[in-house]
Write a protein that binds this ligand. Structure first.
Ligand SMILES: Nc1ncnc2c1ncn2[C@@H]1O[C@H](COP(=O)(O)OP(=O)(O)OP(=O)(O)O)[C@@H](O)[C@H]1O
Ligand SMILES: [Mg+2]
Length: 262
């Protein structure tokens, strides 16, 4: 049975707007973080929502040898979790309650080991002190961390995180990517993360996809996908990849390819 995620002839979009057409991604590996890169409006969120079955898509999606498109939604929702880019308006629940709800939604029973798993996750994410706070009284970054806890507790086979770092400070950005990578390995799941920070992609991802206008421009190791050529083509910027004193690749942006937006 083929492991990982495979997309064949995937199309997705909205009633009056086709966004993704005939997208093919041969293999997204298990146990690895894939970053999904591309400019604003190129279709990243549309793609993740289609993978999760939250918007209409056509084509074939194979996850660990099973076709997702033909599965009943409830089964698919257990296997695939999507953390949206914009979190829903806060409900008046405690953080802890909201994570228990997420755990139950994916079939977890209320038990001592289930509770211990939640507390462990909150400690790992550095938000244990927020357990009894109300969701609608948290800061943007705190809400984003709780959203991540709700996603991880559901133990999906495919974890889709849409800009999970957008409200986080430098420390948490590093910490979250580190944690998500470790959990991805440990649970042997397929994780796809949308990020805009190219240096974070280079530092923390195992695999990268680059989209432009709903089409796949590059697919491979981050250092092969993020090049001066793709940066110019996709973002319209003149970039250099340099290695820092510790040997890590870093992208420097020198300017725009043309003095206008792409
Ligand atoms: N509900 C909608 N109805 C119609 N068109 C939409 C809808 N949501 C998004 N779009 C359009 O679909 C295209 C892809 O949007 P999408 O949200 O997937 O972009 P994105 O790559 O996630 O961008 P960003 O980096 O800004 O989040 C855009 O042109 C957008 O305007
Ligand atoms: Mg988006």
């Amino acid at each position: 049975m083929e492991q990982g995620l495979r997309l064949r002839h995937l199309s997705a979009g909205y009633p009056k707007r086709k966004v993704i057409e005939d997208l093919n991604v041969p293999h997204l590996p298990r146990g690895k973080i894939t970053v999904l890169l591309g400019p604003n409006g190129c279709g990243k969120s549309t793609l993740l929502r289609a993978l999760a079955g939250l918007s209409k898509g056509q084509g074939e999606l194979w996850l660990n040898g099973e076709e997702l498109m033909t599965q009943p939604f409830a089964r698919r929702a257990q296997r695939v979790v999507y953390l949206p880019q914009t979190l829903p308006a806060g409900v008046h629940l405690h953080v802890l309650e909201s994570i228990i709800v997420a755990q139950r939604a994916s079939g977890g029973l209320h038990s001592a080991s289930g509770e211990a798993e939640i507390m462990h996750l909150l400690v790992q994410l550095g938000i244990a002190h927020l357990a009894m706070r109300y969701l609608d009284q948290l800061s943007g970054g705190q809400k984003q961390l709780v959203g991540l806890a709700q996603s991880l507790i559901r133990r999906p086979e495919l974890l889709l995180l849409d800009e999970p770092l957008s409200a986080l400070d430098l420390n948490y950005q590093f910490h979250v990517m580190d944690l998500v990578r470790r959990e991805t390995q440990l649970r042997d799941i397929v994780t796809v993360v949308v990020v805009h920070d190219i240096n974070i992609a280079l530092r923390h991802a195992d695999h990268a996809l680059m989209l432009k206008d709903g089409k796949l421009l590059a697919d491979g190791a981050p250092s092969q996908v993020i090049t001066p050529d793709t940066l110019a083509q996709v973002y319209g910027v003149r970039g250099r990849i340099e290695h820092c004193s510790q040997g890590m690749p870093q992208v420097m942006i020198d300017g725009l390819v043309a003095e206008s937006l792409i």
